[in-house]
Design a protein around this ligand. Structure first.
Ligand code: ADA
Ligand code: CA
Ligand code: CA
Length: 269
């Protein structure tokens, strides 16, 4: 990579005042962040400015964050792993959000209340989780480009229904990249598709799905870096419940029903 993010001392930091500027997305600007097709790790972006958020910002429509880094402060600045934290950004059904960096502390990250598209969104140090998907059974959530690192446990928490499609994403130092909620009070079938994901160890698993609720996980073009002993599990199946109990693991690996991929969809570098 030609660019060197270690030059951060030479980067001008401006403080952006006010809320995210809503702008109409220009056709052609929706190029996903491309990941290198070689062993090089994804390039993490340099923020254009910093903005503390003490109250969840509610977004709708098409929003361009212009690479400002948002982080929690005040009520959103606890930095712990407690459940029930509010998100930094809350996206109404149909929102497209692009070009945002979530810094630290990151609270409960981003919530999508319905279908949403997250384009070129980066989490520098995941809080309780990075994003939560809360729409209905017909919702589609698209993550195009971007990345997340430093997740104690989950990165993408799938609590609603529908299909979560993750394309051209990078994840590094994490527990589970995607988890279909194992014990939410409203359970349904959830569908996850990972395509062209660059995974850097350490990490526990890429997708956790509830086989008893008819979940599916499709994996393609998964590149795993730095996992010599191949410890990261691509797909883990669970017996989910709606009683709040800790779900039991029931299996892992491709089974042609719930975990849909071939060994050749995963490569180690
Ligand atoms: C856990 C918890 C869920 C929900 C989720 C989240 O999986 O069991 O009920 O709180 O975390 O959204 O962070
Ligand atoms: Ca959680
Ligand atoms: Ca959470």
């Amino acid at each position: 990579m030609a660019k060197n993010h270690r030059r951060k001392f030479f980067t001008k930091r401006k403080t952006i005042v006010g809320s995210l500027s809503a702008g109409v997305l220009v056709a052609g600007a929706l190029t996903s962040t491309s990941l290198m097709s070689t062993a090089s790790a994804a390039e993490w972006p340099t923020p254009s400015g910093d903005k503390g958020v003490s109250q969840t910002q509610e977004l709708s429509g098409e929003v361009d964050g212009k690479m400002v880094r948002y982080f929690g402060e005040g009520d959103l600045g606890g930095g712990g792993q407690g459940e029930g934290q509010d998100p930094i950004l809350k996206l109404a059904d149909g929102t497209t959000l692009k070009n945002v960096i979530i810094g630290s502390p990151a609270a409960d990250g981003i919530h999508c209340e319905g279908s949403c598209t997250l384009e070129n969104v980066w989490w520098e140090d995941v809080g309780e989780d990075a994003a939560t998907f809360r729409g209905g059974d017909n919702a589609t959530y698209n993550i195009n480009g971007g990345g997340a690192r430093g997740a104690d446990d989950k990165v993408l928490q799938f609590n609603g229904g529908g299909t979560l499609k993750v394309n051209d994403f990078a994840v590094k130092d994490f527990g589970k990249l995607v988890r279909s909620c194992g014990n939410c009070s409203d359970q349904t079938d959830r569908h996850v598709e990972l395509n062209n994901v660059e995974v850097t160890a350490p990490g526990k698993s890429l997708v956790g799905v509830n086989e008893n609720y008819g979940d599916t996980a499709k994996l393609s073009r998964i590149r795993i870096l730095g996992d010599e002993d191949q410890k990261i599990k691509p797909c883990v199946r669970y017996q989910g419940n709606d009683s709040g109990d800790e779900p039991e693991e029931t299996g892992e690996g491709p089974d042609g029903k719930t975990c849909l991929y071939k060994e050749s969809d995963i490569s180690y570098e």
